[in-house]
Write a protein that binds this ligand. Structure first.
Ligand code: F3S
Length: 424
């Protein structure tokens, strides 16, 4: 890889051993990827909260733990404040509802320590998979280094920012150096579509968008799809569900919906001058197939947990759950957990939604989610969610049955304790 004089000086230790270790990691990573150079970045989202087990495994000081887990280095040096503007994505635990989530006290204490370490090192504690909902909104063309597939697909496609899905180590190295290998979605020529999905059915509700995303991800895999035939205007929440689902069933990191996403106003612009795209249709049958795949793990209608907020819920989604609940209460033996970013939780509390949710027997949580934190209420066998991503992952991760449906069906399941959803 070709380095500038400044980058070579950093690699040679001119800015200290931690920067040298981070540069060494980026150069090794970039060489494997075939990147010819690095690119500057001042917007990095990573994951550096260490739990008790990771701390024990790594050993040494907190700096050594960071070096070993996040920089693939033995450590023995001090970690400086992050050079790039940096933020913490999802975390392993909610620092408020940690007991409800079943977190043991020593694990809680280690995570709180780790958060404080990150804050002291200049990492903004956003603690969400949706930083773009709480103030980290990159500009079009801005080179970023973000982890979290659902966030990457959102900022690449909707905002026109430029990032690949980074790993914990490359994101940490980017935080320390302000550099990331220039490859993949940093290059304009890799952002053109090679798969064309023609939609031939109404796509309106959050559930519709999740189903479309799940189907698109399956056909597009790791390529860039362009979607046409959408007749209604999607909002942030619908696009959040679509992107998370497409990144789950495939590895989609970028897509175009001409007139909606950032970089293409027409099908021709989305395709560029490349080869003829693979063309597929999404109609009633494809929608039904996606629905069936998402509900394949469930056959028991008795519901233990209703999970809403994957990706993390917006303030509007929390209000919608409260409105759907009305005066009804969550059924005995069923839990209703709603997940949101830490900052939105504050707004939800001041708007009275936290009280309304708790009065109904639900719980408002932030910072984490069951799939990442690996927790559900004790004895949970059946979960219900309005998220294609959570319905895909949670049954495999927590060995539970998972029903997928729309938000109203999920709230109905919470108050009746029974799943009565169906694809209409
Ligand atoms: Fe976010 Fe967890 Fe879903 S990280 S996208 S709520 S699986």
């Amino acid at each position: 890889m070709n380095l500038t004089d400044d980058e070579q000086r950093m690699l040679d230790g001119g800015d200290g051993p931690a920067v040298a270790a981070a540069m060494d990691l980026l150069v090794r990573y970039g060489d494997v990827l075939g990147a010819e150079r690095l690119v500057d970045t001042d917007n990095v989202c990573g994951a550096n909260i260490f739990n008790a087990a990771q701390r024990r495994l790594a050993g040494g000081t907190a700096d050594d733990v960071f070096a070993q887990i996040s920089l693939d280095s033995p450590g023995g040096f001090e970690i400086p404040r992050m050079r790039a503007h940096s933020c913490q994505l999802i975390a392993p635990m909610d620092t408020v509802e940690w007991k409800t989530q079943g977190t043991p006290e020593p694990v809680h204490d280690a995570i709180v320590d780790s958060e404080s370490y990150s804050g002291r090192h200049g990492i903004n504690l956003m603690n969400t998979c949706t930083p773009y909902q709480v103030g980290n909104v990159p500009a079009r063309g801005e080179h970023c280094a973000w982890m979290e597939s659902s966030a990457v697909i959102y900022i690449n496609s909707i905002l026109g920012a430029m990032t690949n899905v980074e790993g914990r180590e490359s994101a940490a190295a980017a935080m320390i150096t302000g550099k990331i290998p220039y490859w993949g979605y940093h290059l304009p020529e890799n952002r053109r579509a090679t798969v064309h999905v023609e939609v031939d059915v109404d796509v309106e509700t959050n559930r519709d968008w999740g189903l479309l995303g799940y189907a698109v991800g399956k056909v597009a895999g790791e390529t860039v799809p362009v979607i046409t035939g959408i007749r209604s205007q999607p909002n942030l929440v619908k696009l959040k569900h679509f992107g998370a689902a497409a990144a789950t069933s495939g590895g989609v990191e970028m897509y175009h919906i001409p007139g909606v996403t950032a970089e293409a106003q027409t099908l021709e612009q989305a395709l560029g001058d490349g080869e003829k795209p693979l063309s597929v249709r999404y109609g009633k049958d494809e929608k039904a197939a996606a629905y069936a795949r998402l509900n394949v793990t469930a056959d028991d209608s008795d519901v233990d947990l209703v999970m809403i907020g994957c990706p993390h819920a917006s303030l509007d989604q929390i209000r919608d759950v409260c409105d759907l609940l009305g005066d009804r209460k969550v059924a005995p033996g069923t839990a209703l957990w709603v997940f949101t970013p830490r900052a939105i939780r504050l707004m939800a509390e001041s708007s009275g939604y936290g009280d309304r949710l708790r009065a109904a027997g639900g719980v408002l949580m932030s910072d984490t989610c069951p799939a990442i934190g690996r927790f559900v209420p004790d004895g949970t066998r059946v979960i219900v969610t309005d998220s294609a991503k959570q319905a895909h992952y949670l049954p495999a991760i927590m060995k539970v049955q998972g029903w997928f449906g729309d938000t109203a069906e999920c709230v109905d399941a919470a108050v009746t304790g029974r799943w009565r959803g169906a694809l209409s």
